[in-house]
Design a protein. Structure first.
Length: 216
């Protein structure tokens, strides 16, 4: 089985290599993709995913932050079957838009986001409308710009995206890890959660995991 991995805003495929490496150690074939996250050419991104898919077995799409939104748009555009893509895992992805992006625009710095808001960062109502199983992972360690920009220290978040923003009606399962937005990429247990979700269409939810999920 092949896992195709997309990065988030302001990032490069190289930052996803540690996660990719851990997934390979678990027996998966992986490929990380790189795209311009502030000047998104959506058809170019879709074609990269098309070309990365293994035509002979089911694939899995994994996206961090904006990468998860690009996967959502890809499914809407291509409408792949579950024989082609069986599961999707989003990591810190604001599946119905990000309030921090709205705040950045309110402060007059919207240009720094490029055209990413049009590709899912703008707040919008949606539900998971595709046959692929969706597992969404959220961070709960608020290390990031959000507490300073929105002054909402009591809102559960990863420092960038709130936990509620990672939820969407129709998702298969949801998991919270005590990790920051960027830290989600490097948390040792995220790969194991992805593996478990692919195998069982659910994450690991137990006391032992809760005690160890903060480990990096």
């Amino acid at each position: 089985m092949k896992i195709i991995i997309l990065h988030g805003l302001y990032m490069h495929g190289l930052v996803m290599q540690p996660l990719s490496h851990r997934l390979r150690k678990l027996g998966y074939q992986t490929q990380t993709l790189t795209y311009n996250s502030v000047k998104i050419d959506e058809e170019k991104v879709y074609q990269m995913i098309d070309q990365a898919l293994d035509p002979f077995s089911p694939n899995v799409l994994v996206g961090h932050s904006l990468g998860g939104l690009m996967i959502k748009h890809y499914l809407a555009s291509r409408q792949p079957s579950t024989a082609c893509i069986s599961h999707v895992v989003t990591i810190g992805s604001p599946l119905q838009g990000a309030s921090i992006a709205e705040r950045i625009k309110e402060l007059g710095f919207g240009a720094m986001l490029g055209n990413a808001p049009k590709h899912g960062l703008d707040l919008h109502d949606d539900r998971w409308r595709w046959p692929q199983k969706l597992g969404s992972i959220a961070g709960t360690l608020p290390l990031g710009a959000r507490p300073f920009l929105l002054m909402d220290n009591h809102t559960l978040s990863d420092g960038t995206v709130t936990v509620e923003e990672t939820k969407i009606a129709g998702m298969t399962d949801h998991f919270m890890a005590h990790t920051s937005h960027t830290g989600l990429i490097y948390n040792l247990f995220i790969a194991k959660q992805i593996d478990h979700f692919i195998r069982h269409s659910r994450f690991i939810h137990n006391e032992n995991w809760a005690k160890n999920r903060h480990l990096k």
